[in-house]
Design a binder for this molecule. Structure first.
Ligand code: ZN
Length: 71
């Protein structure tokens, strides 16, 4: 039986995840970042969905003036 290691690709940059010295298993550093290839791509994904979450569809025509209590 030949065991074929699944090729994992980063969902952000689509590049194959870096493998350890044996060429089959992911390094511990990579495992921590799964399924991303690098901390950078992890950040990109995070900001992607944070951006979606915080983006309010539509335009706000009037901006509510923040109340500033004056002493
Ligand atoms: Zn990547």
């Amino acid at each position: 039986m030949s065991q074929k290691a699944p090729t994992l690709c980063c969902p952000i940059c689509q590049s194959p995840l870096p493998l350890g010295p044996d060429g089959k298993t992911l390094t511990d550093a990579t495992k921590k970042l799964l399924p991303f290839c690098s901390a950078r791509c992890q950040l990109v994904d995070l900001s992607n969905w944070l951006g979606e979450r915080y983006t309010v569809p539509g335009e706000s025509t009037d901006s509510p003036a923040p109340e500033q209590p004056e002493a």
